[in-house]
Design a protein around this ligand. Structure first.
Ligand code: MLT
Length: 236
């Protein structure tokens, strides 16, 4: 019998899905999960996603680096913002506590899943191979923006659905079919459509443009996966 793949377009809708027994792939393409995958590629030993700034700062008093943003802007008390470039050359051998506007909320709300892994275009093939190997139903949990769906996370979800149905997965739910359609219509111009998103435009207003190109690189890290194990994300 085919394994199912579902898409949850925003954490506001996650209670409409059953997480138990499934692998949740959390996607916040601009930029939290792209940052997490980059941090793991830079040999951060572990990343601790937390929902509040205070929790993050408390972990900072325990020697962790603190990283994150609100509304796309770096939190001034934190060591790092939420650009993948801020992790480069700075986190090797270190633990990082991260808190962001949407991504860490989606991670928190995925915890009842059998497994929680980190999705990004940067490591999409590694993720697909891992999912196929695990042989569990999949739910792609899009972080969206403050409760609303967004283009970039939905596009990523569609890319995953497109690949997995080619391996006998069944796209369950209209949201999976919507995501698949968005991807298929734009698969030869992913950056172009992603730059149409509200958050891309918001970040561009802040002068943040190179992050957008970076986060849409397919398979920059072709063999890397991150998994949430208890309170921390580690390389698997
Ligand atoms: C998010 O949590 O939505 C993103 O991390 C926001 C950002 O990095 O700009």
């Amino acid at each position: 019998m085919s394994l199912t793949i579902e898409v949850c377009l925003t954490p506001k809708l996650i209670n409409q899905h059953t997480l138990e027994g499934k692998i949740a792939v959390v996607a916040d393409i601009f930029r939290a999960t792209s940052c997490i995958v980059t941090a793991l590629s830079e040999n951060a030993t572990a990343i601790y996603p937390v929902s509040t700034m205070d929790e993050c700062l408390k972990l900072g008093t325990q020697g962790m680096l603190t990283a994150g943003e609100r509304g796309g802007i770096k939190i001034k008390e934190f060591n790092l913002g939420n650009s993948p470039f801020e992790y480069m050359g700075k986190v090797s051998g270190k633990e990082v506590a991260i808190s962001t506007t949407n991504g860490t909320i989606a991670l928190e709300k995925s915890k009842n899943a059998e497994q929680v892994i980190i999705g990004s275009f940067l490591n999409i093939t590694a993720t697909i191979n891992y999912l196929i190997d695990q042989k569990l139903p999949v739910i792609i949990h899009c972080a969206g923006w403050k409760g609303a769906p967004n283009i970039e996370d939905t596009l990523y979800a569609g890319a995953l659905v497109h690949q997995l149905i080619g391996h006998d997965y069944l796209a369950k739910s209209d949201s999976a079919k919507m995501a698949l359609d968005l991807y298929r219509r734009n698969k030869n111009s992913l950056l172009k459509i992603a730059l149409e998103s509200d958050h891309a435009k918001r970040l561009k207003k802040f002068g943040i443009t190179k992050d957008l190109d970076f986060c849409l690189q397919v398979d920059k890290y072709p063999n890397l996966n991150g998994r949430l194990m208890g309170s921390k994300i580690i390389k698997i």
